[in-house]
Design a protein around this ligand. Structure first.
Ligand SMILES: NCCCC(=O)N[C@@H](CCCN)C(=O)O
Length: 419
């Protein structure tokens, strides 16, 4: 362990970590109620009004927090505690914990974002509880909880970055429900794409030759992409749905709409997959005589800029709590989708970890929705929060660790951005 700030011994740091764990356990009931309140009322991206209200109420009822509802976004919030401690002129070390709480259409919290909110809130309570019990805290510590909506659709964290919400943060943490415990996973860069074909209606039996078939364009495009996949790099992903394909069999469809996700390991590769996909969509328009409109999502999701220094510290703390991590780099390179945390990782050093919730069900299934709302998930959720809180305390009390985190972040960002 790096050298600690003056007048804090390794034993005292360990006592602080244990204190954080006790604070999290003591708040276990209210945290579970918070999580289940969010889980019971699934709300879609940018529409998480009840979840926002529950989280704002939660922190407003906790002593010492400054809470801002509707923070920069209608369903975002910020809760801060501190800065406290240290000496006049000391730099503030601002630790951020991120909460997600948007659900999926038709299957509710099938990605367990109610548990992401709980982990973030719990870890923040743990750090605040441990520091607040000190007669004097030798570092100027601040804890910031940021409610970041719309991860599943649109990317609320990206909106918040653009609005300056992450300015002044030194390190950020969040954890995502999964099937295993892993400190890092190679989430992909991603962009949404909506494709609209406009044709010409006609009676499909009487005079089909008068029509221009928008459904044919959609089907041709879908098949173009299906064969394109053979020529894509194995980590690249193109997948989607036909959202609209016509209204009646005897009316040649004059409108069809597709919704696709394009994904690459690095956000610098997104232009290349976009170019290939656009050829598939535009050639289908040419083949059928349709007009085509391509509408990209407002935010590109970045891949995650990993911070191995922080990951290792998190793993060391998690192991003391009995967490068994996947550390095989090959398994960590298997993407579990995308996240707007990737964009955050390019503006603030941080980790987006994954944690087991007591079920082998797969995300984005009804079984996972049930698992995310089950009592069994609570033990794993609070254990993850404790590991995050312990790592935050390491960052606060080990200046060398914080410096190594910063140095790795600067080096990785320079390497990534120089291609
Ligand atoms: N890595 C966490 C996975 C969460 C998730 O499913 N995110 C969505 C984001 C889609 C953005 N358009 C995904 O499909 O990866």
């Amino acid at each position: 362990m790096s050298s600690l700030v003056p007048d804090v011994s390794p034993e005292q740091l360990q006592q602080l970590k244990e204190s954080a764990g006790r604070c999290i356990d003591e708040a276990g009931d209210v945290l579970s109620l918070l999580s289940s309140e969010i889980w019971r009322c699934p709300e879609l991206a940018y529409q998480e009004e009840k979840a926002h209200e529950a989280l704002v109420r939660f922190f407003s009822q906790q002593p010492g927090w400054t809470v801002q509802g509707h923070y920069l976004l209608n369903t975002a919030f910020r809760a801060t505690w501190g800065p406290m401690g240290g000496r006049e002129g000391d730099n503030v070390v601002n630790i951020g914990f991120l909460c997600e709480y948007d659900a999926l259409p038709g299957i509710g919290h099938a990605c367990g974002h109610n548990l992401i909110a709980e982990v973030g809130a719990a870890a923040a309570l743990g750090v605040k509880g441990a520091l607040g019990a000190l007669s004097h805290c030798p570092v100027r510590a601040k804890v910031t909880v940021l409610g970041t909506p719309a991860e599943e659709d649109g990317g609320g964290k990206i909106d918040l970055i653009q609005a300056g919400a992450f300015e002044g943060m030194d390190v950020v943490f969040m954890a995502h429900p999964s099937q295993e415990d892993v400190a890092y996973c190679a989430d992909l860069a991603e962009i949404d794409l909506t494709v609209k074909y406009h044709g010409k209606a006609s009676h499909a039996a009487a005079y089909p030759w008068k029509g221009i078939n928008a459904l044919d364009a959609a089907v041709l495009a879908y098949n173009n992409l299906s064969v394109l996949r053979q020529q894509l790099k194995p980590e690249w992903r193109i997948h989607g749905i036909i959202k609209h394909g016509g209204v009646k069999p005897n009316i040649i469809p004059d409108y069809s709409e597709l919704f696709f996700y394009l994904r690459t390991p690095k956000h610098q590769d997104l232009p290349h997959i976009k170019e290939k996909a656009e050829k598939c969509f535009r050639s289908a328009a040419m083949a059928t005589g349709c007009q085509v409109n391509l509408e990209y999502g407002k935010n590109e999701f970045y891949n995650i800029l990993r911070n191995i220094t922080l990951e290792r510290a998190y793993e060391e703390n998690g192991k003391t709590l009995g967490i068994e991590f996947i550390t095989n780099e090959k398994l960590q390179e298997i993407p579990l989708g995308s996240t707007d945390f990737g964009n955050v990782s390019f503006v603030v050093p941080g980790i987006h970890t994954y944690f087991y919730i007591g079920s082998n069900a797969l995300n984005h299934t009804e079984e996972y929705t049930a698992a995310a709302g089950a009592e069994k998930a609570q033990f794993y959720t609070l254990r993850t929060a404790k590991a995050m809180a312990m790592t935050a305390l390491d960052v606060l009390f080990c200046p060398e660790l914080l410096q190594r985190v910063r140095d790795e972040y600067a080096e990785a960002k320079l390497k990534e951005e120089s291609g």
